[in-house]
Design a protein around this ligand. Structure first.
Ligand SMILES: [Zn+2]
Length: 77
């Protein structure tokens, strides 16, 4: 599959929630909510790669190892 953050080749892991868990070799592991995916698809939006990678790195350091991108936390490109 394509990583939602960098559009590179990434792996989709099974998630126990409404959304997806992604393991990207370049962006690292992250989760994305079903509503964020729906919003992006409906609006034709993409995620801002650099800003989101910085956000993910900060979240991993301070909050949790697999940060959740949702409609509040997503940074659109
Ligand atoms: Zn990526």
């Amino acid at each position: 599959m394509q990583c939602y953050v960098c559009r590179g080749e990434a792996e989709r892991l099974s998630s126990g929630f409404d959304g997806e868990r992604i393991n990207c070799p370049d962006c690292g592991p992250y989760a994305i909510s079903g509503s964020a995916l729906a919003e992006m698809t409906a609006g034709g939006h993409t995620i801002n790669t650099e800003a989101t990678r910085a956000w993910l790195a900060d979240q991993r350091e301070r909050v949790e190892p697999v940060p959740m991108i949702n409609t509040q936390t997503r940074i659109l490109g």
